[in-house]
Design a protein around this ligand. Structure first.
Ligand SMILES: CC(C)(COP(=O)(O)OP(=O)(O)OC[C@H]1O[C@@H](n2cnc3c(N)ncnc32)[C@H](O)[C@@H]1OP(=O)(O)O)[C@@H](O)C(=O)NCCC(=O)NCCS
Length: 189
């Protein structure tokens, strides 16, 4: 094969590899960074990638900074369930800048729960308070939705507290609206 043709084929193969979200087979693979309307220099250098076990302490610290609670057991269990060795459709993505975790998102494709065909669920999204409103949440959301699309689903859902106006505004800005379900609950005596 002529060298120029070989180089082109290698380039196409690389491009295909980069646009495929197959992180369980390539644990060190980095997702392409998405650009947003308000992209700054800082967010351009941001890397969105699947979490690895070395991210565990950084994630616990970030979550504690935001919620005031150090949920070590919860995060250890989450890593077992969603961490890098898990196969899609379970995702735990981190936004990293200069080696520091600035945000994360957790989601999964779930099928036939509540009688519904497969759809993507977002369980948590958080961005470090000092780096908010720079598009990091949007990039995390967009990257996860891209992975959901590649997993073959057409809808994304989440649940949030009615009075959490910040999270509601964020999800609303991503095009999410009230869905067709209502949540029911009861106290167990
Ligand atoms: C919600 C959150 C993830 C958003 O992250 P972010 O990186 O600041 O989000 P972005 O910069 O991508 O903002 C996207 C849009 O969300 C909306 N938004 C974000 N923060 C907002 C705020 N404080 N007030 C109103 N709207 C807001 C805006 O519409 C914004 O678009 P704009 O900047 O063009 O106006 C972040 O604020 C956070 O971690 N909050 C706490 C989350 C939490 O409580 N999680 C627990 C339940 S999962």
């Amino acid at each position: 094969m002529r060298p120029i043709l070989r180089r082109r084929l290698a380039c196409w193969a690389k491009q295909y590899y980069i646009t495929s979200f197959r992180y369980s087979e390539h644990p060190t693979f980095h997702l392409p960074v998405m650009t947003t309307a308000n992209t700054s220099d800082k967010s351009r250098a941001l890397q969105i990638r699947p979490a690895t076990s070395s991210d565990l302490s950084g994630l616990i610290a970030l979550d504690r900074e935001i919620t005031g609670l150090a949920k070590r057991k919860y995060w250890k269990d989450t890593f077992v369930r969603y961490g890098v060795r898990r196969r899609p459709p379970q995702y735990l993505l981190v936004a990293v800048h200069r080696g520091r975790i600035e945000g994360f998102i957790v989601g999964e494709v779930r099928a036939w729960e509540f009688g519904e065909p497969p759809c993507g669920w977002i369980f948590a999204v958080q961005v470090r308070p000092k780096t908010r409103l720079k598009g990091i949440g949007t990039q995390l959301f967009g990257t996860l939705c891209g992975a959901f699309r590649r997993a073959g689903v057409e809808k994304v859902r989440t649940i949030t507290a009615r009075d959490n106006h910040l999270v509601l505004s964020f999800f609303r800005s991503q095009g999410m609206m009230a869905g067709p379900f209502i949540e029911l609950e009861a106290a167990l005596d």
